[in-house]
Ligand binder design. Structure first.
Ligand code: GLC
Length: 468
């Protein structure tokens, strides 16, 4: 039997910081459905899901080296509602914290997570067919199984490394190699990038296949300036881009329990009811087009040009409303507050993370703005399309691969090229015009809801990759 073990720092609904969590919470389920047995191994954090769900310990062990060793246990949920097995690596002093990332000892936390996971797997009678590691937090796995003496029984098992965000490498000083299980000195070169241990670079070097979450993003990594262009080009032969799917069962306007009003038959009524409810809750006029932003407020996601663009647009016309949901850089959060302060009748905001509100925004909005400077895949534009919300995106990475401008044959979105506020403003004007042309708007919306970005297609590509 083919068995795929996914290793990641996030998995929805247990712990999610961004899109990584959504993907790790869905891909294994759809792989299982397609006949590839899959499980997820992740750290056990002190998060709500873990406080609400009881677990049982299925294994306890000790690992490390003679100077730095630690005890761990592997736990499993007593109920199993997710559609795939989740195994939690519990190392309380290191992993059982309220946040997923952001601690000073993150490097050691993830070194230990990976070691404990592999140590446990060494005890399995039947070994996995493939290790599928997601982002740098699991990027040392391909190295560890092939070079650390302790994991010798896992050497040669095939590895896939998926890059959800290549901006983070998780690099740390070589001094921390003392927390690794022993490996021969000559293997050190695999770990090194620019005189530091770099889990992202190590994974690219040591895994059998590298994937990025869109082909557009892979090309950008290979050809646009970044610290790893050389690596991406060198290993192009084993790299592919596979666009993420969305969990169509979870993001379904007909059954979405978060929504104020679910979709019955009439799409226009669905949008209107949700839009009116949402606008009423924050005092916006529902007869104006509603544009939303949902996501992290940082430079990568275009947080700066978002605030500047919306501000410039508002200064010219107030014939459009905005609801901006996100959190991140504190100066950008403040910019949102200032925008709402200036235009209370047009701009609402929610600073924070709110899954329920996000679902309602997709249902209520006419447009979703994603001015990302970098976007490996992007899931929000795909969620939006499912709810008949037209994405306004910058032509970059996965957004380039998934959104076709409505000016083109069969298009269903609005695209702009330059990462500048001026392009945001221009796109908002195009959105305003489209909104005013009801026949055209309906055509574009109909196209949007007819699209299929479910996991089935992506899963076929992953299976092909595994089989290779
Ligand atoms: C990261 C990327 C995003 C991608 C997601 C899932 O959050 O920034 O573009 O969609 O991972 O792969």
């Amino acid at each position: 039997m083919y068995y795929a073990v996914h290793l990641a720092a996030e998995c929805y609904p247990i712990a999610k910081v961004g899109g990584l969590g959504d993907v790790v919470g869905a891909l294994p389920k759809y792989l299982n459905e397609a006949g590839i047995s899959s499980c997820v191994l992740m750290p056990k954090y002190n998060v709500k899901y873990n406080r609400d769900h009881s677990t049982e310990t299925i294994y306890t062990g000790t690992c490390g080296n003679e100077n730095y060793w630690f005890e761990y246990s592997i736990q499993r949920y007593s109920d199993a509602p997710l559609g795939f097995d989740v195994f939690l690596v519990d190392i309380p002093p290191y992993l059982f914290r309220e946040g997923v990332y952001g601690y000073e000892d993150d490097s050691i936390r993830f070194i230990y997570f990976q070691q404990a996971a592999l140590d446990w797997i060494c005890s399995w009678q039947t070994k996995p067919s493939v290790f599928h590691a997601h982002d740098y937090h699991a990027g040392l796995v391909p190295f560890m199984i092939n070079h650390c003496y302790n994991f010798g029984t896992l050497a040669g098992i095939k590895t896939v490394f998926t890059i959800h965000n290549g901006l983070y490498s998780g690099d740390f000083s070589h001094a921390l190699a003392r927390f690794f299980p022993h490996f021969p000195r000559e293997a050190n070169g695999y770990l090194d990038w620019d005189h530091r241990i770099n889990p992202l670079a190590t994974a690219i070097k040591c895994s059998n296949k590298v994937t990025t979450v869109s082909g557009g993003y892979l090309e950008e990594l290979q050809y646009q300036p970044n610290p790893y262009t050389w690596l991406y080009k060198e290993y192009a032969f084993k790299s592919t881009g596979i666009v993420n799917g969305i969990d169509a069962a979870l993001w379904n306007p007909k059954t979405d329990d978060y929504l104020h009003t679910k979709l019955k038959k009439d799409f226009a009524k669905f949008k209107q009811a949700n839009k009116e409810a949402l606008c009423a809750s924050v005092g916006l006029d529902a007869s104006k087009p509603l544009v939303v932003f949902i996501g992290r407020l940082n430079q990568e996601k275009g947080g700066e040009i978002l605030c500047e663009g919306v501000g410039k647009f508002m200064a010219q016309t107030q014939e459009m409303n905005f609801f901006l949901l996100g959190s991140g850089d504190s100066n950008l959060e403040n910019n949102l507050r200032v925008l709402t302060g200036f235009y209370p009748q047009n701009v609402a905001n929610y600073i924070g993370y709110n899954e329920a509100l996000a679902h309602n925004l997709y249902a209520a909005a006419d447009f979703l703005l994603m001015p990302s400077l970098v976007e490996p895949c992007g899931l929000n534009q795909l969620y939006a399309l499912r709810y008949g919300t037209i994405p306004i995106v910058r032509t970059v990475g996965g957004l380039k691969d998934t959104v076709v401008d409505f000016g083109e044959e069969g298009g269903y979105g609005i695209r702009f090229n330059q990462p500048h506020a001026g392009d945001v403003v221009m796109s908002l004007y195009r959105a305003k015009e489209l909104y005013a042309d009801k026949t055209r708007l309906k055509q574009v919306q109909d196209k949007a809801i007819s699209l299929d970005f479910s996991w089935e297609l992506a899963v076929k590509k992953y299976i092909y990759l595994y089989e290779n």
